[in-house]
Ligand binder design. Sequence first.
Ligand code: NAD
Ligand code: UDP
Length: 337
Amino acid sequence: MKVRRTRYLRRGRPRAVLFTGAAGFVGSHLADRLLDDGYRVIAVDNLITGSEKNLEHLHDHPRFRFIEHDISEPLEIRERLDWVMHFASPASPPKYLKWPLETMRANSTGTHLLLELAREHRARFFLASTSEVYGDPKQHPQPEDYWGNVNPLGPRSVYDEAKRYAEALAMSYHREFELPLRIIRIFNTYGPRMDPHDGRVVTNFIRQALANEPLTVYGDGSQTRSLQHIDDLVEGVARYMKVEDPGPINLGNPEECTVLELARLILELTGSDSDIVFEPLPENDPTRRRPDIERARKLLGWSPKIGMREGLERTIDSFATTAAPAEPLTAARTAQA
Ligand code: NAD
Ligand code: UDP
């Protein structure tokens, strides 16, 4: 591992990052952080699951530029790039089930084109992968050297296998061309600016609780997830940019809970009178998930700082002020769409 001194300038000019998926939940927070850290940000997004609203506050920023573009199509960038950071992909299960081929393309063709762009610019490549590469894990918690248990033909494979392919392709570029690479595997992350209708568990439960609608627990709610607040993820990414190591590195919060416990906690924190109802479990829904974060601790000196209760309180506050009523999106409905 080599730790680089932080240098945001190259020959007196701010270093430039091409950031895909910037109008999404995670991407918009990272765009803020990169600008705060002195980078120039060229944000690319086709708005399939993101929203320009997430970037509204940056439009007049002198080091920010937005390009509406589908990264599965070639993109020519004339100005010098120092980083290509690839975060564009539908990420919520109902959304990637609604757009299966778009999801596969964003992570396969999209990753390939962006790796070529990085190579052409001699830029560093940063790939947002996912805990879904572990599938329904037989090893618990999941360290980075666990190979996973993924159904290659199941409905979730459009996301899981596409991300696994993206990792494999990025590693090939790293080996063949010595392309400087960082791969992160992000575990369930939540926070302000999530689309309240993206169908993920935190957004569904908070939106339902605030509207006094029933909270929809899929299956018996005994499946577990480990939830990370967005601010911790952003800190992990910023630290990793300074460390020369291809990874992969898990970024997640090991605080694990069942989905039913999460529903009860959100009811408590919102003070909602909503009931809990049980709905069918989506196919191949992982039964448990918790990151082993030893590698991130050692390489980045990083560990999450925001506990679930505090993080959810902050997120509930942000939803209470911004969530607009609209059609709820459930896994069952989008699977039929
Ligand atoms: P999101 O849906 O809010 O953001 C994804 C963004 O990518 C959206 O703005 C969308 O419009 C854009 N996009 C998708 N396909 C595109 C294409 N072909 N061209 C251009 N833009 C495109 O999701 P998110 O939660 O912010 O996830 C961001 C990244 O982090 C994804 O790569 C996702 O796989 C990864 N990730 C997120 C989580 C999480 O819990 N949030 C967990 C694991 C991995
Ligand atoms: N889930 C649920 N009710 C919902 C949405 C999701 O019980 O309204 C469950 C889902 O079946 C899964 C967990 O919550 O077991 C996390 O789902 P999410 O879609 O947030 O992300 P995943 O980790 O499955 O990608």
